[in-house]
Design a protein around this ligand. Structure first.
Ligand SMILES: C[S@@+](CC[C@H](N)C(=O)[O-])C[C@H]1O[C@@H](n2cnc3c(N)ncnc32)[C@H](O)[C@@H]1O
Length: 943
């Protein structure tokens, strides 16, 4: 089998090739049997089938699929057949006695219901020689079929149309009651092959060997005996008697009759070939044959007439009258003048015209009314004509589209690929273009794009798009199966893999091209791409885009009132949003901003000297907004890829954000969401009602703490690294002692304290906490649900996939829309407080500030009166008190930790203790409390 051009003709990897791959058939030829079976229902009734020339096994697979379970399926071929379940196969030449004997062994006493033959000798050089050998093989298979077929069985064989075709058909006609030649849709038009389905095997007791001898069948049909058997009377089988043919041409005529159902084939194709090889028919010295219109209208075999005549003329009055019929168009008249130049559609027109005239003159009506045998034939004729008409139409369409098909297929693939890319890649229109500064040492790396182009074989990528047909030419060649006919033996998984990889490579190339174009066209896209990289930015906002639209009203309210919410994908970066840190929805933003700081420090270390140091909040904001970088720092690149390290860093940051959620540390009091934020005195919008009494209590405690402070100061211990956990956390006591302040206090600890103090501040956190508390979900389930566990494994994934992933991947936060809506509603209600309340809050704030000052004054008086302190110390303490009172700064809380057992005297931060702490002695604590009690009782006695 030679190599074929895979783009056209025989070598074309067409729909059936792809279908065969999809359905796991070994060869596209499997569909030929599928189609034949669909038409003739050969397999469902068969219990035993022999497939001659079965490799690689496509037909065997089909047989196994469509035959009843437990059927005997035997396959034989020159080449080995890879084993198939429920199929017996062996290697043999079907022309040898060895094959016959092996078949016998496998068959035992059984007879086959069906013998299949799809043999194709691997010659391929000269077509005529090829056809001859093929037909010899057919005869050989017929020989085996006659031996192994049961009476009434069927034989399906592939035949090449040649001068021997009709001889073969004649022989088939002698052995089977029904013989039909057909070309299944899966058989390529360019192939001369045709399938002959012979049904109802007559099974004569004796068959004259000459009927199965190529020498006699193909060369000299006249030498064949008059009957199939030598003793026709003995056989008693009707229909086996053949007409004696005196010449080869006559034999052809007989064969034509045997295959009368297919006489129409003469009209459409093969006549031209035969005419020259065979010369003129005996006694027929005329080149030009005429027929009258009446003959054409009345004949039982209009197709043969059309095939053999040159012209149809209108001579008689009746015929001339037909010329005036509304059915007789000028085209019909012209067509009748020269039948030899007509095409299929012209013949079709003539056949239709004939039918119309027949109806007009009442031939067909009369036929159905009479109902005799002749008329029955007429009805059949009509059916056949319709069938011919349909086939003509089909053939015509196929021919017409043949030239276009390849191009169309390519275009389809190209369009699909591009569409696919574009569907997932809508150009962003919602990004803020005000800021052109892109974060981007790796942003829009043109070099990378160029490398991609190089990878694509130095080919212009647009050319690659034009050529896209799913695989490259060289790969096509590499995969071309070594088979004589038009069946491509499907390769195994490796081939599939190869093709998939090639396709992916191509897709990657196309995608890069797309990115390139997008980058050129729209700078916003760059910003968006960059932002998408920073998964930290919105990985845990918990409210999806879809819900945004539904909650628009709520959201709008939030925006209008400049409430802080988590930034979402596609939002324009907003200075206020990024910097703000109060409000219920920004807890995670704080976390992220904080992490962003960490990253900043990282990036600083990696050499971003040019970036000016900014206040922490600003730096956090810049990290959240990756586009806010000075343009001059960007390398001149257009496309970008995340390095593995960056990805890892990003993931760990994402994980950090997740695990820093309060729910993993404290499942706080849900009621606290409503709770009191009175103590937060530094916010401008502190509108909560405060209790003055509470302040008074605080004041008393603070005062007493000052006294205690000095006595405990000596027990302060340095921080260190000790893992020992034999520590007890002393319940928190209010203390205003300035000596407990630590400048570099752990911000994270502060945050945790805040969460602990105020409860869960985000809707998501509340929802999750509720589920955890109600035991609807466990912490590990939560983690499982929340993470896409495959996400980290990005190796080998195409870049377009990763981009899509980064765009659409969101942690699955198991909260309901309703819960989020309810919480938003509550937040909105809180926010919608009347002006009066705002005024009250402001007034309260003033009072508080005044109270603070008074308190500080009193404390300052106390300090001035203390005799233990020198003037310098007094001045320092007074200044500190006043400064705190003015700023509203709160004293940082200190944890008192009692070191017990082996930990007594151990230095360093106790395990599990966060924030400011003091290690104290248990005895000292008792003493302190005792002193407090004594002081209190003395005071009350005095009063
Ligand atoms: C078109 S393939 C058959 C495909 C098969 N029907 C299928 O669906 O997989 C033709 C086969 O005929 C086989 N063949 C040709 N001459 C043969 C011979 N003399 N004996 C046995 N097999 C032969 C070839 O080896 C080849 O595998």
């Amino acid at each position: 089998m030679g190599k074929h051009d895979k783009k056209s003709g025989k070598g074309r990897l067409d729909k059936f090739y792809r279908l065969a791959k999809e359905q796991g058939y070994r060869a596209r030829s499997a569909f030929k049997l599928v189609h034949l079976n669909r038409k003739y229902d050969l397999l469902s009734k068969s219990r035993c089938v022999i497939d001659l020339c079965a490799a690689p096994g496509g037909w065997l697979q089909v047989a196994e699929k469509y035959m009843p379970k437990g059927s005997l399926i035997i396959g034989v071929d020159l080449v080995p057949i890879k084993p198939l379940p429920h199929v017996i196969s062996f290697q043999a030449d079907i022309t040898t006695p060895h094959c016959r004997n092996t078949l016998r062994q496998h068959m035992h006493d059984w007879k086959a219901d069906l013998v299949l033959h799809d043999g194709a000798p691997n010659v391929g050089a000269a077509w005529v020689q090829d056809a001859f050998t093929q037909n010899e093989l057919v005869l050989q298979s017929l020989k085996l079929a006659t031996e192994f077929l049961a009476k009434g069985g069927s034989f399906v064989t592939k035949v090449f149309r040649s001068q021997d075709y009709n001889n073969l058909m004649w022989v088939f006609g002698q052995l089977f009651t029904h013989v039909e030649a057909t070309k299944p849709p899966s058989s390529r038009n360019v192939s001369a092959e045709i399938f002959v389905v012979c049904r109802d095997f007559i099974a004569p007791k004796h068959i004259d060997p000459k009927f199965l001898d190529p020498k006699h069948v193909f060369k000299d049909l006249a030498s064949l005996p008059t009957t199939i058997t030598d003793a026709p009377a003995a056989s008693g089988i009707p229909g086996v008697v053949a007409t004696q043919a005196s010449t080869s041409a006559a034999a052809n005529a007989i064969a034509r009759m045997a295959a009368s159902n297919h006489a129409h084939a003469n009209v459409y194709a093969p006549e031209k070939k035969r005419r020259q090889r065979e010369g003129y028919a005996d006694g027929d010295t005329m080149l030009f044959h005429k027929s009258t219109a009446a003959d054409f209208i009345r004949t039982q075999d209009p197709v043969s007439l059309l095939g053999s005549m040159n012209m149809i003329e209108f001579v008689t009055d009746e015929e001339k009258a037909w010329l005036k019929s509304r059915h007789t168009t000028p085209d019909i008249i012209v067509n009748c003048e020269d039948l030899k130049v007509l095409g299929k559609s012209d013949f079709k027109q003539l056949m239709k015209w004939r039918l119309a005239i027949r109806l007009e003159i009442g031939l067909d009506v009369k036929a159905s009314a009479a109902g005799d045998a002749t008329e029955e034939v007429e009805v059949e004729e009509i059916d056949e004509e319709e069938q011919i008409t349909q086939e003509l139409k089909k053939l015509h369409e196929e021919k017409a589209s043949k030239q276009k098909r390849e191009k169309k297929r390519k275009n389809e693939i190209k369009t699909k690929t591009i569409q696919k890319l574009q569907l997932g890649m809508t150009a962003p229109t919602d990004l803020d273009m005000g800021d052109n500064a892109l974060d981007g040492e790796e942003m829009f790396d043109l070099g990378e794009g160029e490398r991609e182009l190089e990878r694509a074989g130095g080919k212009n990528i647009r050319d690659a798009v034009r050529d896209a047909d799913g695989m490259s030419e060289s790969e096509d060649e590499a995969r071309e199966p070594e088979e004589e006919d038009d069946d491509e033996v499907l390769s195994s998984d490796e081939e599939r893999e190869l093709r998939t990889r090639a396709l992916e490579g191509e897709l990657d190339g196309l995608y890069d091209d797309y990115k390139d174009r997008m980058a050129e066209r729209d700078a916003k896209w760059k910003v968006k791409q960059m932002r998408l990289k920073d998964r930290n930015y919105d990985s845990w906002h918990g409210i999806r885009e879809g819900s945004d639209s539904e909650d628009d009203g709520v959201d709008k309210g939030y925006r209008d009132q400049k409430m802080v919410r988590m930034p979402r994908r596609g939002d324009a970066p907003d200075e206020e949003e990024a910097e703000s840190s109060d409000g219920g929805w920004d807890l995670v933003a704080q976390q992220k901003a904080k992490l962003g700081e960490d990253d900043d420090s990282d990036s600083d270390a990696s050499g971003e000297e040019g970036v000016p140091r900014l206040p922490k909040a600003k730096r956090a904001a810049i990290k959240i907004r990756p586009d806010a970088r000075a343009p001059e720092q960007q390398p001149q690149r257009l496309l970008t890829t995340l390095s593995a390290e960056q990805q890892r860093a990003q993931m760990s940051r994402q994980a950090q954000v997740w695990f820093d959620q309060s729910i993993f540390k404290d499942v706080g009091d849900l009621a606290a969401l409503d709770g009191d934020d009175e103590d937060e005195e530094d916010g401008d919008d502190d509108m909560d009602s405060d209790d003055e009494d509470e302040d008074e209590d605080d004041e008393e405690e603070v005062d007493s703490d000052i006294e205690m402070g000095s006595s405990l100061e000596s027990t302060l211990e340095d921080e260190g690294d000790d893992d020992d956990d034999d520590f007890e956390i002393v319940p928190q006591e209010k203390d205003d002692d300035p000596e407990w302040d630590v400048d570099d206090e752990d911000q994270d600890a502060v945050l945790q304290e805040k969460i602990k103090e105020k409860g869960l501040n985000t809707a998501e956190a509340v929802q999750l906490a509720t589920r955890l508390v109600n035991r609807e979900i466990t912490a590990s389930q939560l983690i499982d649900e929340g993470f896409n566990r495959g996400y980290k494994d990005k190796d080998g994934l195409p870049s377009w996939f990763l981009d899509e992933e980064s765009k659409h991947y969101r942690p699955n936060i198991p909260i309901t829309k309703e819960a989020v809506a309810a919480l938003k509603e509550r937040q909105r209600a809180l926010d919608a407080r009347p002006i009066k309340k705002v005024a009250e809050a402001k007034w309260r704030k003033k009072i508080k500030a005044n109270t603070r000052l008074q308190r500080a004054k009193r404390k300052a008086d106390g300090v001035m009166e203390t005799e233990d302190l020198n003037d310098g110390e007094k001045a320092r303490q007074v200044a500190q008190l006043l400064r705190r009172a003015a700023s509203g700064e709160k004293k940082k809380e200190t944890k008192y930790v009692v070191a017990r057992g082996a930990n007594r005297g151990v230095k360093g931060r106790p395990k599990g203790v966060r924030g400011h702490y003091k290690i104290v002695d248990a005895r000292m604590r008792k003493e302190t409390r005792a002193l407090k009690r004594i002081a209190k009782s003395k005071k009350s006695k005095r009063n």
